[in-house]
Design a protein around this ligand. Structure first.
Ligand code: SF4
Length: 287
């Protein structure tokens, strides 16, 4: 198959594109999302939530390439044979690109690791996600935006997960950018309309030799069930994932309740209750 834009062989179908034109297509799509949804400005102090995986490394790469002033913020959950390896790659990548990297660990900040907590909490993702959001929020103070590598697959899964669990109040966290809420750093997602497969190809084509390994705890998660379900549906009905996010964006104007934001009496971070979920779990861990 030939590239639809030149005489070279296509490395991607739908649209049929060669390496050079795939990169152009990918980057144009990212820049268009940034512009259309007013996600970032070159003056912003940006921190990229980085894990060393394909999404965050591709995100750092493309934002750095287009002159955004990025720093990387990584959270080490303490997952042996997985996060330690991806963080090693991230350190090397950031050092080659002269990108400031700050790493914070659950071990230091929570007093435990996911490898230990997974023995008490199943699925591990339920506590891991809470601490990750908490630490990203805590350590992103002073930045204008947190940029995350969430892609079309992640976002369509999140919409479906919230519908299946009737957690429509969490819709406020979704979309290409979260609303500005006092106490929270705004989160933006330049890969919102990019398929996971496209990010994998982009990482590969640009020599970002990331490991595509999955977290060992991921298969236990609710997200993994929804992901498999959605992948199966998408294979038979191409475009379903895009339809889910487009439907979500169209219905965004329908008022979604967002709980009143209080301040956690233990750590001072924004919280829906008097004590935030992260501090409640920390207290449980100490018992
Ligand atoms: Fe944490 Fe679950 Fe993500 Fe693994 S898959 S890093 S346990 S949230």
């Amino acid at each position: 198959m030939k590239c639809s834009k030149c005489e070279n062989a296509a490395i991607y179908e739908k649209p049929a594109l060669c390496k050079e034109h795939f990169n152009e297509y990918f980057e144009k799509k990212v820049l268009k999302t940034i512009k259309e949804y007013d996600l970032l400005s070159k003056k912003d102090k940006i921190c990229v939530a980085a894990s060393g995986g394909k999404d965050s490394v591709s995100l750092l790469y493309v934002l750095h390439k287009y002159g955004y002033s990025v720093e990387a913020l990584a959270i080490d959950e303490g997952i042996a044979g997985y996060r330690d390896e991806s963080l090693e790659f991230l350190k090397k990548f950031c050092s080659e690109k002269n990108i400031v990297l700050r790493i914070f660990s659950y071990k230091d900040e929570v007093g435990s690791t996911i490898d230990i907590l997974s023995k008490k909490y199943s699925p591990a993702c339920s506590v891991c996600g809470t601490f990750r959001r908490h630490l990203l929020e805590k350590h992103s103070k002073g930045y204008d935006k947190i940029v995350t590598g969430h892609n079309l697959d992640d976002e369509s899964q999140a919409v479906l997960m919230n519908i299946l669990k009737a957690q429509t109040s969490l819709f406020a966290r979704q979309g290409p950018k979260t609303s500005s809420v006092k106490g929270f750093t705004q989160k933006v997602k330049p890969f919102y309309f990019i398929k996971e497969k496209e990010v994998m190809i982009y990482a590969y084509l640009n020599g970002l030799n990331v490991d595509f390994k999955e977290c060992p705890y991921a298969p236990q998660s609710f997200r993994a069930h929804v992901r498999d379900l959605l992948n199966e549906y998408e294979a038979k009905n191409p475009g379903a994932k895009m339809n889910i996010v487009l439907h979500y964006l169209k219905s965004r104007n329908i008022k979604t309740e967002r709980k009143e934001i209080k301040t956690c009496s233990k750590c001072g971070m924004p919280s829906s209750g008097n004590i935030c979920k992260a501090c409640r779990i920390k207290a449980e861990i100490k018992q």
